[in-house]
Design a protein around this ligand. Structure first.
Ligand code: SAM
Length: 297
């Protein structure tokens, strides 16, 4: 398993051909946006984005286990005054190729500053599209539970009779709720909006996502010892998150400078937290060695 816990240098479409099928538990990644970052790592024209992405996605499908999940961080840019449709087109094409579009999370960027545009407001959120190969996939909802919130203090004090039975939806959706179920609960499942600040720009990479973002999905969709792939690794955020949680990582980036930067960040994070997981636990991982290496494919 020469590819485990390494950042591989090259085009992920080619590099992933060297990774066995059904070997990855989670893919979490943020690809280059259409035309967005031409100055730094080459943009892809919005009209060619889907054609550029699909052969890569075919490799993701091949290496992902049937119980695995693919989380894609993406956002359509504005072209000639309107939102381009390449993300929507990509979803439709991926469904045609067998992917299930299971869910969509919203990453609300908590720390963005105000802006002024003539015909729109600040873009303050990004999509995290969840794709799966089958309806049954690995998921650990209890790992991302959140405090019940202040609403419970008021709402659960005086329960009506209806609150104590399952109240079926009036629109016949099949959904129902029994409010009394929440009494005494301190933690509940979160919703699909993730509130996280963007990472500061001092990582020497122009499009870093916060380590907390892959961390959240790694906890939700994998177990210790599993393998997490980021085929557009950038500055190494996903690898850092995987290591902290005792998962293996596979990273790919086409840019040597970013591979070096990622390895540097990974080494620094391991120096600060040698082998210690997020909650102070030591997670032993099969085949995981201290230090990182890169290989050119
Ligand atoms: C949006 S950035 C990823 C940032 C990353 N999430 C982080 O937190 O640092 C996209 C990365 O994809 C890399 N890239 C672009 N085309 C690629 C390709 N065909 N194969 C692998 N990496 C590629 C770029 O060099 C860039 O570092």
């Amino acid at each position: 398993m020469h590819y485990l816990n390494k950042i591989l240098l090259g085009d992920c479409e080619e590099v992933l051909k060297g990774i066995p099928e059904n070997s990855v538990d989670l893919i979490v990644t943020s690809p280059p946006y259409a035309d967005q970052r031409q100055q730094t790592y080459g943009g892809i024209c919005p009209t060619k984005y889907v054609a550029w992405f699909l052969p890569k996605v075919d490799q993701f499908y091949r290496v992902l286990k049937p119980t695995g999940t693919f989380v894609l961080n993406i956002k359509e840019r504005v072209v000639s005054g309107e939102r381009h449709t390449y993300v929507i087109e990509l979803i439709l094409e991926m469904r045609r190729r067998g992917w299930l579009w299971t869910e969509e999370f919203m990453w609300h960027k908590k720390n963005s500053y105000p802006g002024k545009w003539p015909n729109r407001f600040r873009d303050n959120w990004e999509r995290l599209l969840q794709f799966n190969k089958q309806k049954k996939f690995q998921m650990h909802q209890e790992e991302v539970m959140v405090p019940v919130g202040t609403w419970a203090k008021h709402r659960l004090v005086n329960l009506s009779d209806t609150d104590k039975i399952r109240d079926e939806s009036r629109v016949g959706s099949g959904f129902g709720k029994n409010v009394s179920n929440w009494v005494g609960r301190r933690k509940v499942y979160p919703n699909n909006v993730i509130h996280m600040a963007t990472e500061s720009s001092n990582q020497n990479h122009s499009a870093v996502f916060p380590v907390a973002l892959p961390t959240w999905f790694i906890k939700l969709f994998t177990s210790p010892g599993d393998t997490v792939l980021d085929p557009f690794m950038g500055s190494g955020s996903t690898a850092i998150a995987a290591l902290k949680l005792g998962r293996n990582y596979i990273g790919v980036d086409i840019n040597k400078q970013y591979v070096d930067l990622a390895n540097q960040r990974i080494n620094n994070s391991q120096t600060r937290l040698p082998g210690v997981g997020e909650r102070g636990k030591r997670y032993p991982v099969k085949g995981q060695k201290e230090g990182v290496h890169s290989e050119t494919y």
